[in-house]
Write a protein that binds this ligand. Structure first.
Ligand code: PEP
Ligand code: MN
Length: 348
């Protein structure tokens, strides 16, 4: 932290600031210029920027290191690769996760899983516990939904990601899924994040609806500081003044996060756009921007889905998107699942 004193700061004020910084555990290096004194504070302590700013004689306080440590590239310069079975998230390959918003019926889960697998998705997504804005909307099937999702993932040889909404659900969801999803609404559920810090499975951490990138990385820090190194960040759109789309999909968050953090970042263009006709262009953009993966909602009959139908793709649309991504990914030096429709006998 650098503290720039006012031109007219008195010696007593400067000494008081130095004393407060030392009290906060910092080593202080003082440099006296012609007009101002500048204090450089370094060390293991925690200097509270807001408190220092309030002290008499202080002109400006500039933080020079990020408030998160374990999540930052300064701490770990090389990219983190998270392994789930033989799937590597954060490596050269763009990993696609796809499936319905919610598990509804056995037929719906099975049909959708088979379709997304055929198209090249490696991880099956689906919710059994749903964070819905209205308490009257479909809330998910609970454990029965997890059973359907796991059976379908197993049948298609896919890994499974599913949302955990509360600490009390961790043990149950752990029995069925390979990756815990923390939803946008829970990004700052610090009790949940701390508990997932002790889990042995990766956490897909969605960006909060109105979270800054710094807040998002601080939430990742909660999980990392508990000892769980498997955090996958997920940009899913943020709330802005724009109402044309459900959220504003922040593509620039992808390169920003990759600069600040070593953690893999995936994109959720489904919740970002909120309309299935806009998912394809946003997914293309995310891969072109360098996303390590995508998570996309696909439903075998999206017009009758119990949640997020409007943004859920038809299997054929998803299939087409995957074909396009097979052109985009190599153009920026990435690979993507080449398992094509023809190879797996689609429609035969
Ligand atoms: C979901 O993935 O279905 C979901 C509820 O996502 P989010 O938390 O991003 O809204
Ligand atoms: Mn959804």
């Amino acid at each position: 932290m650098v503290v720039v004193m006012e031109e007219r700061a008195t010696e007593a004020q400067i000494e008081h600031v130095v004393a407060r910084l030392v009290e906060m555990g910092m080593d202080v290096h003082r440099s006296t210029g012609i007009t101002r004194t500048v204090l450089g504070a370094v060390g293991q302590g925690h200097a509270d920027k807001g408190l220092i700013e309030l002290l008499d004689g202080v002109h400006e306080v500039v933080r020079i290191s990020e408030p998160y440590k374990l999540a930052s590239r300064t701490f770990k310069p090389e990219a983190t690769v998270i392994t789930v079975g033989d799937i590597r998230i954060g490596g050269d390959e763009v990993i696609v996760m796809a499936g319905p918003c919610s598990a509804e019926t056995e037929q719906q889960v099975r049909t959708t899983a088979a379709a997304v697998r055929r198209a090249g998705a490696k991880i099956f997504r689906g919710g059994a516990f749903k964070p819905r804005s209205s308490p009257y909307s479909f809330q998910g099937l609970g454990e029965a939904g997890l059973v359907l999702l796991r059976d379908a993932a197993r049948a298609e040889n896919m890994a499974l990601v599913s949302e955990v909404m509360d600490v009390s659900q961790i043990e149950l969801i752990d029995r069925y899924c390979d990756i815990f999803q923390v939803g946008a609404r829970n990004m700052q559920n610090f009790t949940l994040l701390r508990e997932l810090g002790h889990a042995r499975k990766p956490v897909l951490l969605k960006r909060g609806i109105s979270a800054t990138i710094e807040e998002w990385l601080l939430s990742a820090e909660y999980v990392l500081s508990g000892g769980n190194t498997g955090v996958i960040l997920c940009e899913r759109g943020i709330r802005t003044f724009e109402t044309a789309t459900r959220n504003t999909f922040d593509v620039s968050a992808i390169p920003v996060v990759q600069k600040l953090s070593h953690l893999p970042v995936v994109a959720d263009p489904s919740h970002g756009a909120g309309r299935r006709d806009m998912v394809t262009p946003m997914a293309r953009a995310a891969v072109a921007a360098g996303a390590d993966g995508l998570i996309i909602e696909v439903h075998c009959d999206p017009d009758r889905a119990l949640s997020d139908g409007a943004q859920s793709m038809f299997p054929a649309q998803f299939d087409r998107l995957m074909a396009e991504l097979r052109i985009i990914a190599p153009a920026i030096g990435r690979s993507i699942c080449l398992e094509t429709v023809a190879r797996r006998g689609w429609g035969q």
